[in-house]
Design a protein around this ligand. Structure first.
Ligand SMILES: [Zn+2]
Ligand SMILES: [Zn+2]
Length: 69
């Protein structure tokens, strides 16, 4: 009997989820004080790095286009 190997390795692989700042596009794992919060408009996740938080840089929701401070 042949052993069927149909398991998708990508689904079982442990991959680190990388989040990128919605304002500057940097990987937030290398920047401290980064936050992930819900878009006040659509509730989707918005990622913001600590640097952009301090500077008050505008962010834009990738899902609905909401722009906010
Ligand atoms: Zn940023
Ligand atoms: Zn949104």
């Amino acid at each position: 009997m042949e052993e069927a190997k149909n398991v998708k390795s990508s689904a079982t692989e442990k991959s680190v989820i990388t989040h990128f700042c919605a304002s500057c596009g940097r990987d937030i794992s290398v920047i401290g004080d980064s936050v992930i919060f819900k878009c006040p408009n659509c509730g989707d996740e918005i990622v913001r790095c600590g640097k952009c938080r301090i500077k008050g840089t505008e962010f834009q929701c990738h899902a609905c286009g909401f722009v906010g401070p």
